[in-house]
Design a protein around this ligand. Structure first.
Ligand SMILES: [Ca+2]
Length: 218
């Protein structure tokens, strides 16, 4: 099988992932990829988009899936924070721009296939960066991640607070800017909440659009 087909299958499989309310993870739109806006580049030369810096999105907040789809249509995805350097770089911009909170691509594996032994117990080992399909270290390893030590009920994150208070499960990862007087750190938050967001260029989506549109300069 050629790389082109493997890529195509991977992207289509992801595109058809169903969410409970029938919404889908959307595939890239080639013309949107060509015209994507890059606000800044990180050390690895990847481009980043900060939604609040876009005149059309100033004051606009989206739920987690809509934020992902906005990014994905542009060959980007919500930001993944695999290194502490990248995490600090993104946090510095949130602080500098006085943004209250943002969505990242982090999510708890809570669908079919998430009972794989290495993902159990789910609430400790089931977190991953969806944009890169890369696992986060266990939540019990407080050195290798940036979960807040505080929150709405004074417990370390992830605390699944909203579910415990009779609401939705907190299965998506946001960075909160000192919202609970707890500094600028990661929180598990219910995915239906609306927030500004940060997109990061996605190699797999860019490759897919370049392979399938050889005449486009993406
Ligand atoms: Ca929480």
């Amino acid at each position: 099988m050629t790389a082109r087909w493997i890529l195509l299958l991977a992207v289509l499989a992801a595109a058809h992932a169903q969410f409970p309310n029938g919404r889908i993870l959307e595939p890239p739109i080639p013309s949107h990829c060509v015209n994507r806006v890059i606000h800044e580049r990180y050390a690895d030369n990847k481009g980043y988009f900060f939604s609040w810096r876009d005149p059309a999105l100033r004051g606009v907040e989206e739920d987690w899936l809509s934020a992902r789809n906005y990014c994905r249509q542009r060959c980007m995805d919500l930001v993944s924070l695999e290194t502490s350097d990248e995490n600090e770089w993104v946090k510095a911009r949130i602080i500098q721009d006085k943004v209250k909170y943002i969505w990242t691509s982090g999510r708890l594996c809570d669908f079919k296939g998430c009972n794989r032994p290495d993902l159990l117990p789910n609430e400790i080992n089931g977190w991953f960066w969806t944009a890169e399909l890369q696992k986060l270290p266990p939540t019990t390893n407080r050195q290798q991640n940036d979960w807040s030590e505080g929150g709405g009920i004074g417990k370390p994150q992830p605390d699944n607070r909203e579910l415990h208070q009779g609401g939705a499960a907190e299965h998506c990862v946001a960075i909160l800017n000192n919202f609970y007087n707890d500094g600028v750190h990661w929180h598990d938050v219910a995915c239906h909440h609306r927030k500004p967001f940060v997109c990061e260029e996605n190699d797999a989506l860019l490759k897919y659009v370049r392979y399938t549109n050889p005449n486009l300069r993406v």
